[in-house]
Design a protein around this ligand. Structure first.
Ligand code: GRF
Length: 195
């Protein structure tokens, strides 16, 4: 059985989709939900599901990313996960942290990478007049949003779409894609999932 830790910064809808998928003959189980924001809504959802949680507020650490990560690592290592999933985690991780989990550190990004790495992906897709958008699950490497792709889901961009309507359509697919990728990844299969 693989043990999965999930890092969140906000509501944790992707975390919830992942947690709810890890049942029955699924080869993984959640062991920790951690956040850089003690007020993250996802922490309450995890507690309601009796999953161990941890919160390390990044703000007191200021620019000292290493010190923040050292504290976060303390909680992560106590849970001893096999796989680390970033799900709406909004802090950039240092190469040192990434090195430690290289090959078992996943992230979901709300665009069809390599298009639109970084922020405001839906606004950029709309501004470019794209007729298609979507989300990507990838392995995390030192290059932001550029690691090996483990899965993608596509959605149409519809006339009259706003950032919010497109984000909602993509988020729905995120909740399908990430669990499908994690299940395959936890079984040792890195064949990409395309939805
Ligand atoms: C999602 O759009 C996801 O793509 C991005 O963070 C957003 C919020 O995710 N990584 P969640 O609801 O907190 O899982």
């Amino acid at each position: 059985m693989k043990h999965v830790a999930i890092l969140i910064s906000g509501g944790g809808s992707n975390m919830l989709a992942l947690v709810n998928s890890m049942t029955g003959d699924h080869p993984a189980r959640p062991v920790l939900i951690a956040s850089n924001d003690p007020a993250a809504g996802g922490l309450a959802k995890a507690k309601a599901l009796d999953i161990p949680t941890a919160a390390v507020d990044h703000r007191p650490f200021g620019k000292d990313r290493q010190a923040f990560e050292a504290e976060l690592l303390h909680h992560i290592e106590a849970a001893n996960p096999d796989i680390l999933c970033l799900a709406g985690f909004m802090r950039i991780l240092t190469p040192g942290f990434i090195q430690r989990f290289q090959g078992r550190l996943l992230n979901i990004h709300p665009s069809l990478l390599p298009k639109y790495p970084g922020l405001h992906t839906h606004t950029r897709a709309l501004a470019a007049g794209d007729t298609e958008a979507g989300c990507t699950v990838h392995e995390v490497t030192a290059d932001l949003d550029a690691g090996p792709i483990l899965g993608q889901a596509r959605v149409p961009v519809l006339p009259g779409d706003t950032e919010d309507t497109l984000a909602a359509r993509v988020l729905h697919e995120e909740h399908r894609l990430y669990p499908a990728v994690l299940r395959r990844f936890a079984a040792g299969d890195r064949t990409p999932v395309f939805l």
